[in-house]
Design a protein around this ligand. Structure first.
Ligand SMILES: Nc1ncnc2c1ncn2[C@@H]1O[C@H](COP(=O)(O)OP(=O)(O)O)[C@@H](O)[C@H]1O
Ligand SMILES: O=P(O)(O)OC[C@H]1O[C@](O)(COP(=O)(O)O)[C@@H](O)[C@@H]1O
Length: 302
């Protein structure tokens, strides 16, 4: 079974505004609400790709209830631990001449809630997949993903981590199966700005030296690169298309990679399915569907 954990789910409020002006009253042209947060998006895209998963994490308040309801409607099984105080985030995604985002901090999670999560994770079995994705509320220590990996280290799991800065770096000694920073997040770890693919490979290799098994680095409109544990290198520009809504593109890439890997245990298939799932989400209002992903793979000869 695949499990995703989202510590900090959100309702994504995606608004488009023509010629947004700071300091003025602006009116939306379109507005829409989706369930969001990285693990949740991974679960939703996996569902679209024909793979069931179990979404775990924490939720609070009326926004939390709505996230669970929307997931249910999507057909994703979830078992979120309810936090009594505060509300799950509403993350604002503003589409105007440029895309801007305001992501909230999320409610505090108490020791007792973490204990409940550990009880759920103790049910994982050898061969299961665990996706730890997204930010954690500000008040939490950034070794929580590491602690989870340490706790589960006696089981044979495939663990995927999509996080930034110390939250990501701390897990490396526990050999995550896959990490997926984007090029800016990879650069941030080393205090450099990375735009060029060769440079990205160099720094991805440094994360591999520190313990990551496979390193997938997304580069938005410039595609992605992958360094595998058996020494293969893949790089590609994305398929062609018009960007409509790139919220969730990175999460779709993780889901696509996972689906591709599970279907054929082949890194090439995983890489291209990840790449095309990311683009399929970016090219449509909603998250990628299987047909859209396969059509894009076909368009690049994969
Ligand atoms: N502008 C775009 N054009 C084509 N594909 C895109 C675009 N933005 C994202 N994608 C696809 O989605 C993947 C992940 O996007 P990216 O923005 O790098 O992730 P994240 O959301 O994690 O920052 C990219 O590698 C690419 O395949
Ligand atoms: O947990 P974080 O890092 O604040 O990110 C949460 C946001 O990222 C998303 O999961 C989208 O992520 P990507 O665009 O990187 O795929 C949104 O749904 C959510 O609002």
């Amino acid at each position: 079974m695949i499990y995703t954990v989202t510590f900090n789910p959100s309702l994504d409020y995606i608004v488009s505004v023509d010629d947004f002006m700071l300091g003025r009253v602006n009116r939306t042209r379109t507005e829409i609400i989706y369930p969001g947060g990285k693990g949740i998006n991974v679960s939703m895209v996996l569902k679209n790709l024909g793979h069931d998963s179990h979404a775990l994490g924490f939720m609070a308040g009326f926004t939390g209830q709505e996230i669970v309801r929307l997931l249910d409607e999507w057909g994703v099984r979830s078992d979120f631990i309810r936090v009594e105080q505060g509300i799950s985030r509403i993350n604002v995604k503003l589409r105007s001449n440029e895309e801007s985002e305001i992501n909230g901090q999320g409610p505090a999670i108490a020791e007792e809630h973490i204990r409940q999560l550990y009880q759920q994770l103790d049910r994982l079995e050898d061969g299961d997949v665990l996706v730890l994705a997204g930010s954690i509320p500000d008040v939490m220590p950034d070794d929580i993903y590491m602690d989870i990996m340490k706790h589960l280290s006696s089981k044979k799991l495939h663990i995927i981590v999509d996080a930034t800065r110390d939250l990501l770096v701390n897990v490396l000694p526990y050999h995550p199966f896959l990490i997926k920073p984007n090029n800016h997040e990879l650069g941030e770890v080393f205090g450099v700005e990375l735009e060029d693919k060769e440079e990205v490979f160099t720094y991805a290799a440094k994360l591999q030296e520190r313990g990551a098994r496979n390193v997938l680095v997304s580069m938005a409109g410039d595609g992605a690169v992958l360094l595998t544990e058996d020494g293969q290198r893949f790089e590609s520009m994305p398929p062609k298309g018009k960007v409509v809504n790139s919220v969730g593109a990175g999460d779709s890439m993780v889901a696509g990679f996972l689906a591709g890997y599970m279907e054929e245990h082949d890194y090439a298939k995983a890489f291209y399915m990840g790449l095309c799932a990311g683009s399929a989400s970016a090219f449509s209002e909603e998250l990628a569907t299987r047909d859209e992903v396969l059509a894009l793979m076909h368009s690049i000869g994969k």
